[in-house]
Design a protein. Structure first.
Lengths: 421, 117
């Protein structure tokens, strides 16, 4: 078998196997070591004997037996470890043993959810959650994660170790959740995946290749979560939203590495397969009649993605969706986006009215000033527009954005000059 | 006689292959399609979206219910299929052998009836 396929199977199996091992041994480091061990064994054995029918079950079986050997050899067992060991020995039979398989299926979903939840436990800082998810669940190397967060590998290794120590103490106490708790865990995990996607999507740092990898991994995690809980409308929304955004990634960056606005993107370069998958997911989600913020955001992205040209965009629908989003998850940024949509439907004056209450909240938010500047310019209030652009300049723009803002200011001043003279 | 070659596999493994290996895998499909086309045996092929896009419609207690997700909860799912005009099952098996092995398992089955093709 080609090494690429073996690696692909390991990557696919990793979260599923770690989740099962975490249930048996309640130790994150041990689970990782055992999985690593099983992969080494697999690389030798599969090359000789061929790939087993269920490679993931094979890996779990070999890792579990190795873990049991370790536990048995350790004479100084605490009570908790003995329990863990006996729990694991029940499952240590043949990988195709019916009883073991049935047990696996019953608890499998909560196992994977437990592993994911562990990596984004509310006791962990936001960045710790992301790096832990990338290291433990996805299995990216320390070097790759360091590149994504633009720090040295040594620094990243220290951060990962710290986060793992914290998560490690949690591993022992995370029981199979009840219904309410499961919903809360799902929510937390969804938020983590959403943040992971955005970490890759926001072009602020890291090279393009690794950012792209973060987006792809976030999409895989969303897929994994949805395959475990297929009836979760918000998870469908999360996956749909990620797909709609990722579908545009090739058209989003120009030859010089600069961002291309949605309006100026070459829409023939959008990935239609991803857009179609996103559409069916959002249609499925809507059938549940339980809209959540991710579903509504996905619905907005769907409107953009299905417009053949920028001019075809159904802004009235987008304005309606932002109104719905504001009702579920009100925030100044959502209001700002609604104002943009309203300006396309009813004009700049109505949009400026909507922005009025945001002046304080978004005083340091560059897009707020940029949007206001454009709306003011449209109404002919050039002086006020220049002031807004200057305010945007004061919100630490990147050099590329600053160049653009300065060019706009110069242009408006020239427009204004004749009327002054 | 019309044969189907049903392709079963674990969703999300093939797409993790290194780019060149993934491309080689697609080439095997393209080559088979071209060969069948040239021989006048090609009746079509289908690649399905990931199983998470699926919905399952069925009757339960006299009521038609619609559920999220694929019908079978198994790890291996149907990923796509070919329809091939063959004289013997051996020919259909040859076609299945020409497809990428390892990432998927192929089921060869005679078609009983078709409409609309």
């Amino acid at each position: 078998m080609k090494p690429g396929l073996t690696e692909a199977i390991f990557a696919y199996s990793r979260p599923r196997a770690l989740a099962a091992l975490l249930r048996s041994f309640r130790d994150l480091d041990m689970a990782e070591d055992l999985f690593q061990h099983a992969c080494l064994r697999a690389a030798e054995r599969w090359a000789a004997d061929g790939t087993p029918r269920d490679p993931t079950a094979w890996l779990i079986h070999v890792a579990r037996n190795a873990g049991l050997d370790l536990v048995r050899k350790d004479r100084r067992l605490s009570f908790g470890d003995v329990e863990a060991a006996s729990d694991a020995s029940d499952l240590a039979g043949d990988p195709h043993d019916d009883a073991a398989e049935a047990l696996d299926r019953a608890e499998y979903k909560d196992d994977v959810l437990r592993l994911m939840f562990l990596c984004c436990h509310p006791d962990l800082k936001r960045q710790e959650q992301l790096i832990l998810a990338l290291r433990v669940i996805v299995g990216l190397s320390v070097g790759e994660i360091a590149r994504a967060f633009v720090v040295t590998p040594d620094t990243m290794q220290r951060r990962i170790s710290r986060a793992k120590t914290r998560a490690g103490t949690l591993a022992r106490v995370l029981e199979t959740p009840g219904l309410t708790e499961r919903a809360e865990r799902l929510n937390t995990v969804q938020t983590m995946i959403y943040l992971l996607f955005n970490e890759g999507y926001s072009a602020s740092r890291g090279d393009e290749q690794i950012r792209n990898a973060l987006c792809e991994e976030a999409i895989r995690l969303a897929r994994l979560l949805l395959s475990l809980f297929p009836g979760q409308a918000e998870t469908m929304g999360l996956l749909a939203l990620s797909l709609f955004q990722h579908a545009r990634s090739a058209a989003r960056i120009d030859a010089e590495g600069g961002l291309v606005s949605l309006e100026d993107q070459d829409r023939t370069r959008w990935d239609q397969a991803m857009i179609q998958e996103g559409r069916v997911l959002i249609e499925k989600a809507l059938r549940h009649g339980r809209p959540g913020p991710l579903q509504v955001q996905a619905a907005i992205a769907a409107v953009h993605c299905t417009a053949k040209r920028a001019a075809d965009t159904d802004w009235a629908e987008i304005a309606r969706l932002y109104l719905a989003l504001e009702a579920i998850a009100p925030s100044p940024v959502v209001r700002l986006n609604r104002a943009v949509a309203v300006s396309r439907v009813t004009g700049p004056a109505a949009a400026l009215d909507l922005l009025m209450p945001l002046a304080h909240d978004l005083a340091r938010y560059r897009p707020y000033h940029a949007v206001r500047a454009a709306l003011l310019e449209e109404t002919g209030a050039l002086k006020a527009a220049i002031k807004a652009l200057e305010a945007a300049l004061g919100c630490s723009p990147t050099s590329q954005e600053a160049d653009y803002l300065i060019a706009r200011i110069t242009l408006l001043r020239e427009k204004l000059a004749p009327s002054i003279a | 006689m019309l044969y189907s070659v049903l392709i079963f596999g674990v969703e999300g493994v093939a797409e993790r292959l290194p780019r060149e290996e993934h491309e080689a895998l697609l080439d095997m499909h393209r080559n088979l399609q071209a060969k069948l086309q040239a021989e006048g045996k090609y009746r079509g092929s289908v690649q399905l979206m990931p199983p998470s896009t699926a919905m399952t419609v069925g009757e339960k207690g006299g009521v038609v219910t619609v559920l999220d997700g694929p019908f079978a909860e198994s790890k291996e799912q149907i990923l796509g299929f070919y329809l091939i005009e063959c004289d013997t099952i051996d020919e259909a098996i040859e076609a299945a052998k020409a497809l990428p092995q390892g990432v998927a398992t192929m089921e060869v089955r005679l078609v009983s009836w078709t409409g609309g093709l």
